[in-house]
Structures are given as structure tokens and as C-alpha cells.
Design a protein around this ligand. Structure first.
Ligand code: ATP
Length: 347
């Protein structure tokens, strides 16, 4: 049965390379007009998923539909409706940005005039109008990636697959690509974005599927993932780093009973303590009270949402310890691996 209400529907997808399972029963549903992040460590199966959905690879179990068409039975219909930005650039270094885009237009059978017009439209849209006539070998990493993005949009696809679009870029290049992706979605394109960067998923994605070992281990909006792992945190910055240990002990004991608080994380360099709490207002009031009573001066005191990094830390089992629970449907150990693998840190 086809599903035209969704851009992408994946059910129980399996793919083996020899005896190794790259995808192991992966499920995914993406509505139209959103950015869906697929977040996972090296080897999680992200590229395999994108290659199957873009008809470059055949799966060996389950079902995948893109734009309402089965990728195995109607690959031609799927290809008409998608664009793909892979991990490796497809542009020619010796040609200018404009010549590259014109070439893609001609490959897709646009006439010479239309290919030139489309190249100019896309160069303008991605902030490359001024440099469009320079050879690509003179471009910065961010400019190259924006040109790659422009090339994948020559035929104005409704659904765009971006496979780790900012890997290897410096922070400025990354921000440039993020802006370009946002402007695409404003224009109605559906984006499936794979990434190893938590921050990237947090910045761009409406929903995130955390993938590990070829299956989805946690799923939700960035906010849902954050809420499901313990809600808010109280952050305190002290004037005097020497009081950090005493303040940590006092806060942990007081917030545990008054606000469902968890373990205190201390950052000595930043003179900062951070405590997850179930009840944000009670936590804030209790933190102020206990510090004042002990004569400990705070330079800053705030309640904030957890970051996605903290979500993954939390899913390692700290959550069970502080009683704030875990994400519905999440497999804590597997999600923890996402964090450990990316940061090279064990928790
Ligand atoms: P990365 O972030 O490194 O790109 P990924 O999440 O995209 O990783 P995949 O490239 O899909 O992961 O790989 C999933 C698993 O399948 C890995 O264990 C990988 O070693 C294996 N794999 C991928 N391609 C092949 C292949 N052509 N032959 C054999 N094994 C493969």
C-alpha cells in the first residue's frame, strides 16, 4: 500500500553485507516539509539507509517508500522526486561553480539556456553569485559544500537526502551549510539529514531518530528527547571555585528531596555546578535558599533545558540513578554509545 501523506515510510528495513547486518529492522516515518535527523555513530547504518532510500542500493528485507513509491518496485518514480548530497563532493574542481551547475542541468536534459538560468538562480540562493565564475579549487570548504547542495537541487527535488553534509567543515562552514538547509526547508523541501553531530541535529531537525546497530534506539523532537531524559537543569556559577565541593554536596542533598534532583556535575574551570531536577521552580527556590543559608555566593543561577549531549549522557544509566527516567522506547546502552563514539569519551 502506498502512503502519499508521508515523504518517507520505512518499515522493518534489513540490509546485510555478507553476514554483517548494516540495517537490522529499522523503522522511520517522515512527514512532508520537515527536516528529519538520523543521528548515529560511525557504522550505525546511516549511509546504508540513505543509499537504499535514494535507490542506489537494494535492501533484503522490509519495506521503504519515498514520495509514495516503493524504492524497489518504482525506483524511476523515486529518482524523479529526490536529490542526494553524499559524503563526497560530486563537483569538478577545475570548472567554475556556474559551469558545474550548468553541467548538472545539461545532464538532467535542461536546455542550454534553462541550465544557465537555473545555475544563476541557485548561485544566488546559496550566496555564491560573486564567486560563481571562479574555479571550484579556490573555494573554501563551506562554499564547496554549498555548491554541492546547489548541485543536488538543480531539478528542484521534493525530497532531499543529506548524508553528513558538514563532516570535515570548520564551524563557519558548518553554519553556512545550516543556513542553506534552513532556507531550503522554508521553500517546502523535505530533508532527511544524517549526522554524527548532536548540535547539528539540534539546530536543524524537527524530529530526530537516534540510530545504532542498524535500528532506531530513540526517537522524538529534540525537546521530547530532552524532556524524556529528566527535564530541566539548575546551573549555578560560583564566585569562589574553592567552595565548589561544599556547594555540590549541599545542593545535591537539598535538591534531591525538594525537587527530585539528580547527581551534580561539576566543572571546576567554569566554577559551575549543574543538577538535573524534576521540578524546576522548586529546584530554583531551594538552590537559592540552601546557598544563601550556607553563605555561598553565586555569580549566576539559572534554570535551563538539557542539551542533546546531556540527553545521551543521561541515557547511559545516570537517569536510572537519579530517578528521572529515560526516553520512551530508548535503549539506554545503545544511545550511550552514540555519545561515547562521537566524543571519544566513556561516561
Ligand atoms: P559513517 O558515519 O561512518 O558513514 P554509517 O552510519 O553511515 O557510518 P554505514 O556506512 O551505513 O554506517 O555502515 C553500516 C555498517 O555496514 C558498518 O558496519 C559498515 O562497516 C558496514 N558496511 C557499509 N558498507 C559496506 C560494504 N560496502 N561492504 C561491507 N560492509 C559495509
Amino acid at each position: 500500500m502506498t502512503d502519499r501523506d508521508h515523504a518517507i515510510v520505512v518499515e522493518e528495513l534489513h540490509k546485510h553485507y555478507g553476514t554483517r547486518a548494516a540495517l537490522d529492522g529499522l523503522d522511520l516515518t517522515v512527514p512532508h516539509g520537515v527536516v528529519h535527523g538520523v543521528l548515529g555513530p560511525n557504522g550505525a547504518g546511516k549511509t546504508t539507509l540513505v543509499r537504499i532510500l535514494s535507490t542506489l542500493l537494494r535492501h533484503d528485507g522490509g519495506r521503504a517508500e519515498v514520495a509514495g513509491f516503493d524504492v524497489l518496485r518504482r525506483p524511476d518514480e523515486v529518482r524523479l522526486r529526490i536529490g542526494l548530497l553524499g559524503q563526497h563532493a560530486a563537483v569538478d574542481e577545475e570548472l567554475s561553480g556556474r559551469q558545474n551547475l550548468e553541467m548538472f542541468g545539461r545532464l538532467f536534459h535542461l536546455g542550454a539556456r534553462r541550465a544557465g538560468e537555473r545555475a544563476d538562480e541557485l548561485l544566488g540562493r546559496f550566496g555564491l553569485a560573486d564567486t560563481g565564475r571562479k574555479a571550484v579549487r579556490h573555494y573554501s570548504g563551506g562554499m564547496r559544500r554549498r555548491l554541492d547542495l546547489a548541485a543536488s537541487l538543480v531539478m528542484a527535488p521534493r525530497i532531499l537526502f543529506l548524508d553528513e553534509p558538514t563532516t570535515g567543515l570548520d564551524p563557519r562552514g558548518r553554519t553556512e551549510v545550516w543556513q542553506a538547509v534552513r532556507s531550503l526547508v522554508d521553500g517546502g523541501t523535505t530533508v532527511l539529514l544524517t549526522t554524527q553531530y548532536l548540535e547539528e541535529a539540534d539546530q536543524l531537525a524537527d524530529r530526530i531518530s537516534v540510530v545504532d546497530g542498524g535500528r532506531v534506539v530513540a526517537d522524538g523532537t529534540p525537546d521530547e528527547l530532552k524532556s524524556a531524559t529528566g527535564g530541566d537543569r539548575i546551573d549555578v556559577v560560583l564566585h569562589d571555585a574553592g567552595q565548589l565541593g561544599r556547594a555540590a554536596g549541599l545542593l545535591e542533598a537539598a535538591l534531591r528531596s525538594a525537587a527530585g534532583g539528580g547527581a551534580v556535575a561539576a566543572d571546576a574551570e567554569g566554577r559551575r555546578l549543574s543538577v538535573p531536577v524534576a521540578d524546576r521552580m522548586a529546584g530554583l527556590a531551594e538552590a537559592v535558599r540552601v546557598l544563601a543559608a550556607a553563605g555561598i555566593e553565586a555569580a549566576d543561577l539559572a534554570v535551563r533545558r538539557p542539551t542533546l549531549d546531556e540527553v545521551f549522557l543521561h541515557l547511559t544509566g545516570d537517569g536510572a540513578a537519579d530517578g528521572t527516567g529515560g526516553a520512551a522506547g530508548a535503549r539506554p546502552a545503545a544511545a550511550a554509545a552514540v555519545y561515547a563514539d562521537k566524543e571519544g569519551t566513556t561516561v
